[in-house]
Write a protein that binds this ligand. Structure first.
Ligand code: SAM
Length: 779
């Protein structure tokens, strides 16, 4: 087989591939005897017997060669590469980079595709270039043949392929030939238009690794081309600023072109002062108005400063990594999501509809420390005397409530003011709601200021008081009134000795003529009086013993309310009357019953009794023949009436009583006596009725008849017969000021009056139902 390389003169302008009909080339006259060589191509057969491959290789080598005499156009082409911008068309010659559309002629491409191979190109180039010397050509050919033989004998490697002309020694050719070869090479490359795919197919001889490398490079080149197409340079966009050169004051001044002005900034006047003024005006920050909706909605309660800060940090388009203080002011509010972030970061005060805990502000005045006791303690003879009473031992209340019904309002213990316990309750602990003192004990055991729920406050005009610091249900137990239980004698002694300089006394009548002295006692001693109270002080029998406690009234009590109860205070004497400062709309004005309410009762009873007694006496006198003139002078009209009546009654003329008296017989005397007895009876009945009225009003059954008209009545509350009353120890009728230590004058007065007369206890046997008044004894 011969490798025929044809060469025509016009190939440079129009390359054409022809197939040699014979082994000798008629054009070039160069005949290469390759009989001894299987293939001079760099494309070796895949096997020794692969003749088809060898044949195809010979076909591929029939590549048209440019005439060596053709003047080189390389210079001009080289110049094009120096153009700063890239042109796709200019790059089409690379075949790799150029898209198909830039190919000149598809037919020509096909031909070239068929013609062009690496081996063909290389060989043709090398042969063509080295045609100046037959010997050199012969040498090169031989070298190539040897290389081919070596390639056949050795293990194939793409690396061993002659990659460049220098490798195969073609650069040793003369300069002119080199240039020609260069031109041919470039020309072939550009005009070949070989499809990448076919080209890579032909490269299959390179092996897998070589193919991969090539494909990678191809991809990279494509990418680079794409990137280049996106550049300003490729698009012909000049980004450099246009500098204006102006001659000013004899100098060439280069300045930037003026930026586009906003319409609003258009200067209408050229006066420099006006411009300056405008500039300064623009610099002034405009006052931002407070938004109305800051008081409502999501952003309610936040100040402008807050919003500014957070809008800086979380406002639209702000760099959130920046510190809020360093970022510029932004009037845009943060979006709700950033608002949530804000809430998470700094939080926001949550306000309850009312103050649940309501702590007192710091610096509150506190009462002098007193000895607190949470339970009653018998002092002195009181314990021994108490044991003598068998009342609570002899009487027990036991409810018949069932677990289903529980201890409701009908519970017998509840009605009798006996607290249920394990011994007297039919319902059981779980279903019983009549265990107030037990509940209180549990609450106290839990501890804590807000669980216990009461604290001392300083009132403006009533000394100390007590307020709630939690809510209480209606009728719920609040605090127990505890202290020392003392006898009356002990109370007198303390009054005269221990408390003689005190302004306030914490004495409450208890039971069995005993007194609770809460000077050492519970906080309940500070509870003030009110004519419209929210609490009640009630005595209960708990486990056979009386105990007193403050209970909520008929309505629930809110946190922070001052706790008050009606002292049911009986001043016993007008001297002990104190001004009430409770401030309620139905205030009686004094700590006790209203005088004008009591006076009419007293006066009416007194006057009615007196008038009836007098009338009866007069009648008696008249009947028994008293002085008619005297009586006539005293009661003229009535006398006449009686006279007339007597006259009518006697039936003996109309002259009057005188005639009656004269005409009276023994039988008549008897009638008169009967009438007198009848009058007496009537008077006595009226008297007894009056006494009953007084008794009812005062609820003091053993009130002495002699004191009947001198004492004040006292109302009884509806709730309980055991509603307690306050023991007042006060010798001055003037209204008390706020409790203070500096009221020596009054204290002395108290002492003086107490010393003058022995302090007297309230009537005995009242068992806690009456108001206990210890007064100076003047009454
Ligand atoms: C048992 S103490 C109550 C606590 C007393 N406020 C204190 O500071 O210790 C009773 C005294 O308080 C005063 N007080 C209570 N309630 C009052 C009221 N509504 N108006 C005027 N004074 C009152 C009276 O001086 C009364 O004698």
């Amino acid at each position: 087989m011969f490798l025929a390389i044809s060469e025509r003169e016009d190939t440079a302008s129009r390359p054409e591939m022809t197939r040699a009909p014979s082994s000798e080339s008629i054009h070039s006259g160069i005949t290469v005897d390759c009989s001894a060589v299987q293939s001079s191509s760099s494309t070796p057969p895949t096997s020794i017997g692969d003749t088809a491959s060898v044949a195809s290789a010979s076909m591929k080598l029939e590549t048209p060669l440019p005439t060596p005499e053709e003047p080189s156009t390389g210079r001009s082409r080289r110049a094009r590469t120096s153009v700063g911008t890239y042109n796709v068309k200019a790059l089409t010659g690379t075949a790799i980079h150029a898209p198909k559309k830039f190919y000149k002629d598809s037919e020509e491409q096909d031909n070239q595709t068929r013609r062009r191979t690496i081996s063909g190109e290389t060989l043709v180039s090398s042969i063509g270039l080295s045609s100046s010397s037959t010997e050199t050509v012969q040498k090169d050919m031989n070298q190539l043949v040897h290389d081919g033989i070596d390639a056949l004998n050795l293990e194939w490697s793409a690396k061993k392929l002659p990659k460049s002309r220098s490798r195969i020694g073609l650069n040793d050719s003369p300069k002119k030939a080199g240039q020609q070869a260069d031109n041919i090479s470039r020309k072939l490359t550009r005009s070949a238009g070989t499809k990448v795919e076919s080209f890579t197919k032909k490269l299959s001889v390179l092996g897998k690794r070589g193919r991969q490398t090539f494909e990678n490079r191809l991809t990279k080149a494509k990418r680079e081309l794409r990137n280049l197409a996106d550049t300003n340079e490729y698009a012909g966009i000049d980004t450099k600023p246009v500098l204006l050169e102006v001659w000013s004051n004899g100098k060439l001044v280069t300045e930037e072109p003026p930026k586009k002005k906003r319409r609003t900034e258009e200067v209408t006047t050229s006066a420099p002062d006006a411009e300056e003024a405008k500039r300064t005006d623009k610099k002034k920050p405009t006052e931002r108005k407070e938004k109305l909706w800051l008081t409502k909605g999501l952003y309610a309660g936040q100040g402008k400063a807050d919003l500014d800060k957070w809008s800086k940090k979380y406002g639209k388009g702000k760099d959130r990594s920046q510190d809020a203080s360093s970022s510029p002011l932004n009037s845009v509010l943060p979006l709700p999501m950033w608002h949530g972030q804000r809430l998470l970061e700094i939080g926001r005060d949550f306000k309850l509809p009312f103050d649940v805990c309501s702590p007192l502000p710091p610096g509150q005045p506190k009462p002098d420390e007193w000895r607190k006791t949470s339970s009653n303690r018998f002092v002195g003879d009181a314990a021994a005397m108490w044991k003598k009473f068998t009342l609570f031992d002899s009487f027990h209340s036991k409810c018949v409530c069932t677990p289903e019904r529980g201890c409701d309002e009908d519970c017998q213990n509840r009605i009798m003011l006996y607290e249920c316990d394990t011994t007297n309750c039919g319902a059981g602990r779980e279903h019983c709601s009549n265990r107030s003192f037990a509940d209180l004990q549990e609450r106290r055991r839990g501890g804590g200021k807000y669980r216990i729920g009461v604290e001392v406050i300083k009132t403006t005009d009533r000394g100390y008081g007590v307020r709630s610091n939690r809510c209480f249900e209606a009728h719920q137990i609040i605090v127990e009134y505890t202290g020392e239980i003392i006898t009356e004698e002990e109370c007198d002694r303390r009054m005269n000795e221990d408390y003689k300089n005190n302004d306030c006394y914490y004495l409450m009548s208890f039971d069995q003529n005993m007194i609770i002295d809460a000077t050492k006692g519970s906080i309940a001693r500070f509870v003030n009086h009110s004519c419209k109270p929210n609490c009640r002080m009630v005595k209960w029998i708990v486990a056979g013993k009386p105990r007193m406690a403050l209970f909520a009234g008929d309505r629930p009590i809110m946190t922070g309310e001052e706790l008050t109860y009606d002292y049911n205070f009986d001043p016993f004497s007008a001297k002990n009357v104190q001004e009430c400062r409770c401030g309620s709309d139905n205030c009686r004005g004094i700590l006790g019953p209203r005088p004008k309410d009591q006076k009419p009762v007293k006066e009416s009873i007194k006057e009615s009794v007196k008038s009836k007694v007098k009338a009866s006496k007069r009648k008696l006198k008249e009947l028994l023949g008293g002085d008619k003139d005297e009586s006539a002078n005293a009661r003229g009209s009535k006398k006449r009436k009686i006279k007339e009546a007597k006259g009518v009654k006697g039936g003996k003329g109309v002259k009057g009583a005188k005639g009656v008296k004269r005409s009276a017989t023994s039988s008549g005397r008897k009638v008169v006596k009967d009438a007198a007895n009848c009058v007496k009876k009537r008077v006595s009945t009226q008297l007894s009725n009056a006494r009953k009225v007084i008794r009812t009003k005062r609820i003091v059954k053993q009130t002495a008849k002699a004191k009947l008209l001198e004492t004040y009545g006292k109302r009884q509350t509806k709730l309980s017969s055991r509603n307690s009353s306050l023991t007042l120890v006060k010798g001055d009728s003037s209204p008390p000021k706020a409790a203070s230590v500096g009221r020596k004058g009054m204290a002395k007065n108290v002492v003086r009056t107490i010393r003058k007369g022995r302090a007297r206890a309230a009537p005995r046997g009242t068992t806690g139902r009456t108001i206990r008044v210890v007064t100076d004894g003047e009454n």
